[in-house]
Design a protein around this ligand. Sequence first.
Ligand SMILES: Cc1cc2nc3c(=O)[nH]c(=O)nc-3n(C[C@H](O)[C@H](O)[C@H](O)COP(=O)(O)OP(=O)(O)OC[C@H]3O[C@@H](n4cnc5c(N)ncnc54)[C@H](O)[C@@H]3O)c2cc1C
Length: 500
Amino acid sequence: MSQTELLAETAPQQTEHFDVIIVGAGISGVGGAYHLTNQCPDQRFVVLEALGDFGGTWLTHTYPGIRSDSDLYTFGYRFKPWTSAPIAAAHEIRKYMGEVIDENDLARHIRYQHTISKASWSSVDNLWTLEVTRGDTGEQLQFTTNFLWMCQGYYRHAQGYTPDWPGMERFNGRIVHPQTWPDDLDLTGKNVVVIGSGATAATLVPAIAGDCNHVTVLQRSPTYFFPGSNVNELADTLRELEIDEAWIHEIVRRKILHDQHVMTSLALEEPEFVKQELIAGVRTYLGADYDVDKHFTPRYRPWQQRLAFIPDGDLFKGIASGKASMATDEIETFTETGIHLKSGDDLEADVIITATGFNLSVLGDIAFVINGEPLVLSDTVTYRGMMFTGVPNLLWVFGYFRASWTLRADLIADFVCKLLIHMSELGSSRVTPMLRPADADMPILSWIDPENFNPGYLMRGMHLLPKRGDKPEWQHTQDYWTEKDLLPAADLDDGCLVYE
Ligand SMILES: Cc1cc2nc3c(=O)[nH]c(=O)nc-3n(C[C@H](O)[C@H](O)[C@H](O)COP(=O)(O)OP(=O)(O)OC[C@H]3O[C@@H](n4cnc5c(N)ncnc54)[C@H](O)[C@@H]3O)c2cc1C
C-alpha cells in the first residue's frame, strides 16, 4: 500500500458535530440520554460506546451468578419502576435498560463500537474534538462537541486487576479473572480456588459450588457481608393492594434510602455495634462451632468498604454444606498444583479464579489535551465530584460507593441539564470550574479520605484522581442523603463556575 493510500485509510474520514456527546452506554450514559431528551430536547447529542451493545458493567461481566449487590429500586432509575425482586441478575438489568432505550426511542442516538482515544479542547473554537476508532471496521472518525458528558465508569473494561504473585507461571491449571470469563471453562468436578472475598467472590462461589468438587475462598483478610432475603416486603404488600407501580417504586425507594441513612449513621456513630450485628448475621448461617472470628471478622470498620448483600445467605449455605470453605491466609507462591500459603498449608487447585478487583480507569483511558497541553487530572480540584478546575465543558458521572450508583447518575443528569439551560440563557459557550479568591487558602486533599472509604482499586489509583477541597462545592460527597437536597439547589453563579 502506498503512503497516500495508507494515510487515506488511517486519516479521519469525516467530522460530525453534536451539541453534547455522552461517552458510554452503561447505566449512566443511557440515563443521561433519557434526561437530555426529556429536559433539553433541543440539544443534538450522540452516545459513543466502545462495546458492541449497551449495559457497560452488566454487559462486560458474564461470570456465573453475576448480579447486583444493590437493590434495583434504588439502582434502577428514578423514572422507571422496578417491578421484580430487589437483587437482580445482569441480564435482568440489561432487559430493564433495553426497555428504557425502546420506550424512549434512544437507540437512534447510540453508536456502538466507537472507542474514543483522544479528546482535545480548543478555547479558540470552544469545542472538544474527539478521535474515535470503530471497533468493527477500524475506521478513524472525528467528532466535535460543545460539551462532553463522561459516563465511562471507573474501571478498565478490557481487563481486570490480577496481582503479580510469585510462581504463577508454574501453575499447570487455568488462571481466570472473573471480568474476562472464558466461554469454554468447565468447572464440573474441579477443585477451584477463588482468590478474594469481595462482592464478586460472594456471587460467583454459590453459582459454581454445585458443579465443582470443592471451592476454597482464599482471602488475605475478611469482608463484611449482609445476609438477607431477596424480597422487599413493603413492595409486595403494596402490590397486593394493587397500588400503581410508579407509586410503589417511589415509596419503596424512599423507605430503602431512609433505612440506609439510618444504618450508615449508626455505622459511623457506633461502628462496634454494627460490626457485631453483621458478624452475628453470618454466625446464624454457620453455627456456633464455625471460626467466624478468623474468617468473617474484618479489620476495617463497617462502611469503609462496600457492604456485600448476600441474598438468602447463599454463600454461607455453600460453606455450611461443605461444598465451599474459607482460607484466611497469604500466598507464598503458586505451585504446579495450586497455592502454597505463608502458614505452610497448601491449596490444591485445577482452576484458580482471581476475584481481585478492577484496574481503575480514569476518564475512559482517553488522552485529554487542553489547548495543546496534556491534561493532568490529578492536578485539578473537583467541583462537586463532577467537574474539574481548568477543564471546560466537561463533566463526569461518578456514583456513590455505599449507595446505588444510579442515584447519583440521576442527580448529575439534572445538574447537566440545568447547566446547559443556564449557559444558553447566558449566551455562554464555555463553563470552567475555577477556585475562587475565597478558596485560596483551602486545604487541597486527596480525592477521597481513606478513613471514609478505602477499597483496593481506589487506593491503588488515588494518585491518578483529582483533588478535593474541604468545602461542599469542592468535594465528591459520598452522602446521597445530603446531596439529594444540595445538588439540585447548587448555585450556578456562586463563582465556582466561570462562564465565557
Ligand atoms: C460486578 C459488578 C457489580 C456491581 N454491582 C453494583 C451494584 O449492585 N450497585 C452499584 O451501585 N454499583 C455496582 N457496581 C458498580 C457499577 O460499575 C456501577 O454501579 C454502574 O454500573 C456503572 O455504570 P456506568 O454507566 O457509570 O459505567 P460502566 O458500567 O462502567 O459503563 C461505562 C461504559 O463506557 C464505555 N467506555 C469507557 N471508556 C470509553 C471510551 N474511551 N470510548 C467509548 N466508550 C467508553 C464502556 O465500554 C462502558 O460500556 C458493580 C460493578 C461491578 C463490576
